[in-house]
Design a protein around this ligand. Sequence first.
Ligand SMILES: NC(=O)C1=CN([C@@H]2O[C@H](COP(=O)(O)OP(=O)(O)OC[C@H]3O[C@@H](n4cnc5c(N)ncnc54)[C@H](O)[C@@H]3O)[C@@H](O)[C@H]2O)C=CC1
Ligand SMILES: O=C(O)[C@@H]1CCC=N1
Length: 273
Amino acid sequence: MSNKTIAFIGTGNMSYAIIGGMIQSGFAPQSIIATNRNEEKLAKVAADFKVKTTTDNIAALQDADVIVLSVKPQMMAQLCETLQTADIDLSTKLFVSVAAGITVARLQEMLGQPVKMVRCMPNTPSLLGLGVSGLFAQGLTSDEHTFIEQVFSSTGIATWVETESQINDIIAVTGSSPAYFFLFMEAIEEKARALGFSAEQARALVQQTALGAAQMAVSQPEISISQLRANVTSKGGTTHAAVEHLKSCNLHTTVADAMDSCITRAQQMEQEL
Ligand SMILES: NC(=O)C1=CN([C@@H]2O[C@H](COP(=O)(O)OP(=O)(O)OC[C@H]3O[C@@H](n4cnc5c(N)ncnc54)[C@H](O)[C@@H]3O)[C@@H](O)[C@H]2O)C=CC1
Ligand SMILES: O=C(O)[C@@H]1CCC=N1
């Protein structure tokens, strides 16, 4: 494993998940710095992962080789302004932004110089080593490329895209999509409760079924997902009735439209921020 130090600036949900995945896969806690302006959030990261923590972004910037910018997109300009005014040579650092809707060119503008920048679009299952991260960068050394790949493949699957605009597609397909699955689970859970199952039973039933379905897809790559569905669906049976209802409500089109809304929103943010 590389001896680079990596700092996560703005360690909230997403960076917590990435750090968790890194620690689980063997990164040394002392090579990771987590910052937040909120001491309570840092106390949890320190207790859970034993990484270094600080509320001082500039100290983290000073001490790290790789800087992951992980604040909400709307907070990014303000953060970059403080980093830019620190008396530190930013050209010696490798930056990674996990923010949706801010281009490399705009991030460089926010930092006041053409720093080396990786766009990364991770997702929260990274915490369990089951994440997906889309990566885009230009001009990395092979050492930098290897390090970034080590970090993000430690949290699950890491996949490089050729054009920056594909990062917006990755948001729709994997960055935001855990929420689509949770929404579907919420809907089943809600109906299970309406049918009389206790809250505890409803939760256990829905999560075990989601896990089982995902695990069946993962463990049998030779079987298409639509075939796995067909295997549950007896002709003229109960599943058929439910699936036909979902199809009659245009589920496929609805999902595709939702993913287009996700991409459109990322493009709008690129203009706004
Ligand atoms: N949550 C998700 O599923 C995903 C999020 N992202 C991206 O990750 C970024 C962070 O999102 P979340 O982790 O969900 O947000 P979050 O709000 O949970 O975390 C951001 C943290 O940054 C801290 N913060 C804000 N300004 C700061 C500053 N100047 N210095 C130090 N700390 C500061 C906040 O206290 C907060 O805890 C966003 O840009 C988002 O687009 C990307 C992929 C998935
Ligand atoms: O909702 C968002 O904007 C972020 C990016 C992908 C997941 N969460």
